[in-house]
Write a protein that binds this ligand. Structure first.
Ligand code: GDP
Length: 461
């Protein structure tokens, strides 16, 4: 065991705020995360940033050395920022409105040239529903020259003194984004003009390529967390762990594992846990807690090293029997010294909160996480499309069976978001005349389906 076993725990009772990065494809989510990680590696002492499963922890001193004068570590008692690594589907669609959101805070990345796109709107919908505070990273400003990033003006200096920082060309793009946010019901402004980040969305001009604006972005996030979210970061340091499943994955030698983000308490290698499953909550015993091994140590052995315990906030892989039915986006709770039934009831209650209402007749819906399933269901409800079955997971033959029994041809349909179609399901769908629509954008799936319905209606006339 490495000596990190004992010191991964937060020394104070405040945990690291969990940050999700979302936005339209190609707007620069991955690049921005890479830039932050890269700067952290350059600025930090060796080993200062901890690689978690599915997340990267950037401690306060490293945030501060990247952000320079903008973040004085003495002003903060939150330990840093934990970035969820998988931008796009998983991180953003598992943001949840009830039963504990996965991310505490979000960065919505918008390409200054491209502006608002379908996934930007989708992300905004989710942020709105989950009431997650967020800031906008107006990215790729290196392509629109005109922001003086190196001005030594602290963020909380007189705001008027900062207006010279933007040229008219960039100004136009930024104001377009601010206008778009306002159309969606958010009050937004350039971040140095925002006095209250809880009421107003701050727009931070950045370049994930050159790194301009990254210090400001970090400073705004730290400030927002420290100022408005400190109470939510208070945790029960030694309490039974509470988390959310990020991904369900097969892992050689370990069977089905779940990657979780732990946001309260601890999880130990000898704990019994309850995990939200397709049918009933899964009660199982942890077989191993796995962390990524430092790259240099990986040879022929496992990519993982086992640890005895981790504390919030952390990303960790859990190997345990019977995880086959676990769902991304589902809750995970450690039982420890409590009644298993009580914990099962808690998990059930959380799941019921995000369950989708189904009808006698309707379409079949599949999605990659519970959060995205909920988002799909909401969008379909708005479009007045009834749902007969809603599940997390790839499109399987049994989904085709259900869809094929629909009386209305408009409902002999499977709508999938961020999922694959299993080979035998695709084959069966062809035989049974079931149509499958899948896409990585919810609006797109629904649009395609609506066109399909129109076609059928035209044919019927
Ligand atoms: P994602 O799909 O949102 O994760 O976007 P990526 O991070 O993969 O970026 C999409 C493309 O935009 C890539 O070719 C990046 O190199 C490019 N890109 C991202 N950020 C910037 C930026 O700040 N400036 C410029 N010029 N290109 C960028």
């Amino acid at each position: 065991m490495s000596d990190t076993d004992t010191d991964t725990r937060d020394p104070t009772s405040l945990r690291t705020p969990i940050v999700a990065v979302l936005g339209h494809v190609d707007h620069g989510k991955t690049s921005l995360l890479d830039k932050i990680r890269g700067s952290a590696v350059i600025e930090g002492e060796a080993g200062a940033i901890t690689q978690h499963i599915g997340a990267t922890a950037v401690p306060l001193d490293v945030v501060s050395s990247i952000a320079g004068d903008l973040v004085n570590p003495d002003d903060f008692d939150l330990p840093g920022l934990l970035f969820i690594d998988t931008p796009g589907h998983h991180s953003f669609t598992t943001l949840r409105s009830r039963g504990g959101a996965l991310a505490d805070i979000a960065i919505l990345v918008v390409d200054v040239n491209d502006g608002f796109q379908p996934q930007t709107l989708e992300a905004l919908d989710i942020l709105k529903r989950s009431q997650t505070p967020f800031i906008v990273a107006a990215n790729k400003i290196d392509t629109v020259p005109g922001w003086n990033a190196n001005e030594d003006t602290p963020i909380n200096a007189t705001y008027e003194s900062q207006t010279d920082r933007v040229t008219s060309r960039l100004d136009e793009s930024l104001y377009k984004i601010i206008g778009n946010l306002s159309d969606e019901g958010f009050s937004a402004d350039l971040y140095w003009r925002v006095q209250n980040f809880q009421r107003n969305v701050g727009v931070v001009p950045v370049s994930a390529m050159t790194g301009e604006g990254v210090p400001d972005l970090l400073a705004v996030m730290m400030g927002l967390s420290q100022r408005y979210m400190k109470e939510e970061m208070e945790i029960d340091v030694q309490g039974p762990g509470v988390g959310t499943v990020l991904e369900v994955k097969e892992e050689k030698g370990f069977g089905t594992t779940v990657d979780i983000v732990l946001y309260d308490g601890t999880i130990r290698a000898d704990d019994t846990i309850v995990v939200g499953g397709q049918n009933d909550p899964i009660v199982t015993d942890v077989r191993a807690l796995l962390q990524p091994r430092p790259l240099a140590e990986i040879r022929t052995e496992s990519r993982f090293e086992q640890v005895d315990e981790v504390g919030a906030a952390a990303g960790i892989k859990v190997a345990a029997p019977d995880l086959g039915d676990a769902m991304a986006g589902a809750p995970v709770r450690v039982v420890r010294n409590r009644d298993v039934e009580t914990v099962e009831t808690e998990v059930q209650a959380e799941l019921a909160d995000i369950a989708v209402d189904t009808e006698e007749q309707g379409v079949v819906v599949k999605a990659d996480t519970l959060g995205s399933l909920e988002a799909m269901a909401d969008a379909l409800e708005e479009a007045e499309v009834p749902i007969v079955r809603a599940e997390v997971g790839d499109v399987a033959p049994r989904d085709v069976s259900v869809a094929s029994t629909a009386e209305d041809p408009k409902q002999q349909v499977i709508l999938g978001f961020n999922v694959d179609v299993l080979d035998d399901a695709a084959h069966r769908a062809e035989v049974d005349d079931v149509t499958i629509f899948t896409d990585a954008v919810i609006y797109q799936v629904i649009e395609e389906y609506e066109e399909f319905v129109e076609e059928i209606e035209r044919a019927q006339q």
